[in-house]
Design a protein. Structure first.
Lengths: 227, 137
């Protein structure tokens, strides 16, 4: 069963059996322990990976060294042969044989390390995905539990406070009425300020043509014409 | 991060909130700490905030199942699903027999983020009830 189904079943079941914990606290603790164990394994796997990668690099260097040495000795053997020194050539050939045996050994080890690195990387990826999935599931279980408990606390609070969750429509009406009252108050204040302020009186005087008038180009022209 | 830090921050804001709203916070005791946040002028729609290991949950109750006009229930649920994505930051849910809007924030959210979340949630709740009145008795 998926975690979603489990939670749904628990929540629906919980609605009929009040007081029963949605999630058994003990199983949550076990689950948390499992996550910690998995994380420890992951840390160890990462350390192992580092070690194996170091070994892989060491064998790669060794393989290179042996290949160079073999090529070098092949050169020596050819030179000995061209100088007619068969005995020396044979001795060099024996050295080459032992180097080749060592090379084969190192090559095998190197290939194994490459395989190990691949396997460990896959394992780490898989474990990381698993740990994050466990964490997600645990978070869902804990959130469900927390919401249930919070709801219980909220409900208790309303009951003890003699309060009651209002009907949605009534709530909206009240909120709108308060908003309207606030807006009305604001409008009234603005109006009051406009009416009682000096600005209002000046405006009225100006409109009535009383008091200092602004001189405009037109009024100046008019005055000049009248002279 | 816990509900007491959040309460302290919101109460200290006073009239200085950048959002223009005034908050009042009351912690509710229980097995899980819950903070009841009310916004001035909207006392009827409190927001309940709880903090879990990795999330901050903000929930507002919308209406109860008993308020839904039964023959319009299917239509209402569909409208809620359709509105779920366009509605900023909040989502619909059902807790017991009550429909809710909620928002979840990471535990690493800033106080500014939480304040913003609460205001948007409150605005959403008012708008949703206004829009969904036709399905309610």
């Amino acid at each position: 069963m998926s975690i979603f189904k489990k939670i749904l079943t628990a929540v629906r079941g919980g609605a009929t059996e009040v007081g029963e914990a949605i999630v058994d606290a003990n199983s949550t603790r076990i689950f948390e322990q499992e996550i910690r164990d998995a994380e420890n394994h992951l840390t160890k796997a990462k350390r192992d990976l580092t070690e194996v990668m170091a070994k892989q690099m060491a064998t790669a260097r060794e393989v290179d060294r042996l290949k160079r040495e073999i090529a070098e000795h092949e050169g020596y053997a050819t030179q000995a042969l061209s100088k007619g020194n068969e005995a020396l050539a044979l001795e060099v050939a024996e050295k080459i044989a032992s180097l080749e045996a060592e090379l084969a050994e190192q090559q095998t080890a190197h290939d194994q390390f490459i395989g190990n690195v691949e396997r460990l990387k896959d394992l780490i990826k898989k474990s990381e995905r698993q740990v994050s999935d466990y964490k997600r599931q645990l978070s869902m279980v804990k959130t469900t539990d927390s919401v249930q408990k919070a709801t219980a606390a909220i409900t208790d609070n309303f009951v003890s406070g003699n309060g009651k969750l209002l009907n949605a429509k009534d709530s909206l009406e009240r909120i709108k009425a308060k908003q309207q009252a606030f807006d009305d108050k604001l409008n009234a204040a603005e109006q009051l300020e406009a009416e009682s302020g000096d600005k209002s009186l000046e405006d009225k005087l100006k409109a009535a043509g009383i008091g200092a008038q602004e001189s405009s180009a037109n009024s100046i022209l008019e005055r000049l014409k009248n002279k | 991060m816990n509900i007491h830090n959040i309460a302290q921050y919101l109460n200290d804001l006073g009239d200085q909130a950048s959002t223009g709203y005034k908050f009042d916070c009351q912690p509710i005791a229980g097995e899980v700490d819950v903070l009841q946040v009310t916004i001035e002028g909207r006392e009827e729609l409190p927001i309940f905030v709880s903090v879990t290991d990795d999330q901050i949950l903000c929930i507002t109750y919308l209406w109860g199942e008993e308020e839904v006009i039964s023959e319009k229930r299917g239509e209402m649920l569909e409208a809620m699903l359709e509105m779920n994505i366009p509605m900023p930051l909040s989502s619909f849910a059902k807790v017991d027999n009550k429909y809710v809007v909620f928002g979840a924030l990471t535990i690493h959210s800033s106080m500014d983020d939480i304040e913003h979340e609460l205001v948007v949630l409150s605005d959403n709740a008012v708008d949703v009830i206004d829009d969904m009145c036709e399905y309610l008795s």
